[in-house]
Structure formats: structure tokens, C-alpha cells
Ligand binder design. Structure first.
Ligand SMILES: [Zn+2]
Length: 309
């Protein structure tokens, strides 16, 4: 059974917040509050579930099992998969090379899911790889598909806390993980402890402050539907949406330096030009999306934090 916390912003610790809307409670079989809200922190503008669910191990197993990732059946989802595995990984590696100041080639990917694209890419380049995955089912898949990697399924915030000598990493990587945790600052603090000086924590998370969400939220309000923000009780079960200011405040608490924040419309770009019939509309929308990306309203964000030397 989960615990429900109802106190402060999980990113900056501020107690003032404003309600955005009620969450859809969905149909998944877990304990839920009678009323679930999505709220926005008045200081850092982080968006978060209120009350904030802290999942038990049993709840976690219900939410994150092999049904979480649907198989890529359609042509579009296969192309998206290819974009995620190849395009994003190559592009992000260039960013990593630009900001990384640590020497060793050790990566820790936490919340690795079942794909771990970046870690596989780095392994092929001679890096040593540790994958952390708290879902037992996902970890079992990884043990089958990645026999050369160290795979751990214990809680990330306690990774190596019982060791006398800590193995430090030059890169800690988390793709679509930080929005699932109720205690992101604890995760940042553990990253700071596990990084080598000059090492970076690279995380990718949806940009809840996107133009797309703002438009969807207006439509939901007009139709008197639950808010589309984060969706803590419906798949994909996100709990927190980070703002640029929130990331800065949380990084300071953890002793990490924010060196880059990239907001992008990301994978949707190429889909616009896939259907020839919609080409005129796509050509019309493309400049708008370019502007949206430029001013930081894209649907995705990539954050690079560094442990200073
Ligand atoms: Zn806040």
C-alpha cells in the first residue's frame, strides 16, 4: 500500500503551490487517494502530484511490469524506436563529450528499463557499464539481453552506501526516470556522491511546461476532463515535472552544477512529414514548432549537471 505525502514541493522544498487540476485516477489496481490533484510550486514552478504517492514494492510491481512497454507493432512505432536508439543516442553522446571533464570510462544508467540504448552504445566504445533497474521484471530482461553488464535491482539512492570503497562514475545517465520518483533531490545527492569530479549526470525528462501541455490543459478544462499534466495514476505514472528554475535549486542542494538544459520538440518532428496528404499543414506548423523549441516550450528536456573539480 502506498503512503501519501501532502506537504511541499519535491524539487525545491517550498510549501506554497497552486492547483492546476484533478488527476485521472485510472483503472490500475493500486490504492489511490479519494482526490488527486496536480499542482504547481509557487517558487520553482515544478509540477507535481498532490498528494504525492510513495509506492510500496507491491505497488511498484503492479505499475512497472512487462506490460508497461507495448511492443513496437506499427511502422511508425518502429521508426520511432530507431530514432530513439540511434539518433538520440548519437546526438546525446556529442553533448556528453562536450561537457564531460572526468577521465574514466564508467557509466551508471539508473532506471535503465529494458533497452538501455546509451549504455549499449558506450559499451561498444569500450566503456564499462552498470545498469540499475528497480523493477524485477525489467532487470530480468536486462540480465538476458545484456550479459556483459553489471546489473543491480536495489534502490538507486542506496547504491553502494554499504560499501567501504565507492566505485565512481564519469557519467550517470537516466532516460525518462526522474519524473517517476517522489524524491528527486535524494537522487541528485546520490548522483553527486557517485560521480567523479568533472563527471556528469545526464537526464532526460518530459518538459511539462510545453506549449502542447498548455493547449491540452485548456481543452481539458473546457471539456471538464481531468488535467493532462503528469498523469500519476495512469500510464506512464509520472509524479514530477521539472522547470529550469527547479533544476537549478535542486542541483544547488545536491552540490551539482547545471551546465546545460535542452528543450526539444524531439521525436515528433519527423512524424509531421510522414503523411504526404498532410504536407501543407505540416509545412505550416513546422516554423511554429521551431519557434516553440527555440523559446523552450518543446515537449522534452535534457539536463546536464556536473560535479565540479
Ligand atoms: Zn518548487
Amino acid at each position: 500500500m502506498p503512503q501519501f505525502k501532502n506537504d511541499k514541493c519535491p524539487v525545491c522544498g517550498h510549501t506554497g503551490y497552486a492547483k492546476i487540476g484533478k488527476s485521472d485516477l485510472g483503472t490500475v489496481k493500486i490504492e489511490k487517494p479519494k482526490e488527486a490533484w496536480v499542482v504547481k510550486c509557487k517558487r520553482c514552478k515544478a509540477i507535481f502530484a498532490n498528494p504525492m504517492p510513495v509506492w510500496s514494492a507491491d505497488d511498484f510491481a503492479v505499475l512497472y511490469n512487462v506490460e508497461y512497454f507495448p511492443p513496437a507493432k506499427s511502422f511508425i512505432s518502429k521508426r520511432w524506436e530507431s530514432h530513439m536508439s540511434m539518433g538520440n543516442t548519437h546526438r546525446r553522446f556529442k553533448v556528453i563529450q562536450k561537457y564531460l571533464k572526468a577521465e574514466n570510462k564508467r557509466v551508471l544508467e539508473f532506471g535503465a528499463g529494458v533497452k538501455a540504448y546509451m549504455s549499449k552504445f558506450l559499451y561498444a566504445k569500450g566503456w564499462s557499464v552498470t545498469l540499475q533497474e528497480p523493477s524485477k521484471e525489467f532487470a530480468a530482461v536486462l540480465r538476458n539481453t545484456c550479459p556483459h553488464f553489471e546489473i543491480i535491482d536495489s534502490d538507486f539512492t542506496h547504491h553502494q552506501t554499504h560499501y567501504q570503497k565507492i566505485t565512481r562514475y564519469s557519467l550517470i545517465y537516466a532516460d525518462s526516470v526522474m519524473e517517476h520518483v517522489h524524491n528527486p533531490v535524494d537522487y541528485l545527492k546520490r548522483c553527486a556522491e557517485l560521480l567523479e569530479p568533472g563527471g556528469i549526470f545526464y537526464f532526460i525528462s518530459p518538459n511539462e511546461h510545453s506549449l502542447k501541455n498548455a493547449v491540452k490543459n485548456i481543452v481539458s478544462k473546457v471539456r471538464k476532463k481531468p488535467t493532462p499534466y503528469i498523469a500519476p495514476y495512469t500510464q506512464p505514472y509520472h509524479l514530477v515535472g521539472f522547470s529550469g528554475k527547479g533544476i537549478k535549486l535542486a542541483s544547488q542542494k545536491a552540490g551539482l552544477l547545471p551546465v546545460k538544459r535542452i528543450t526539444r520538440y524531439d521525436y515528433m518532428w519527423w512524424r509531421m512529414f510522414e503523411h504526404k496528404k498532410r504536407l501543407p499543414l505540416s509545412l505550416l506548423i513546422a516554423p511554429l514548432l521551431f519557434l516553440v523549441d527555440l523559446i523552450g516550450w518543446g515537449t522534452n528536456q535534457e539536463i546536464i549537471l556536473r560535479k565540479e573539480i
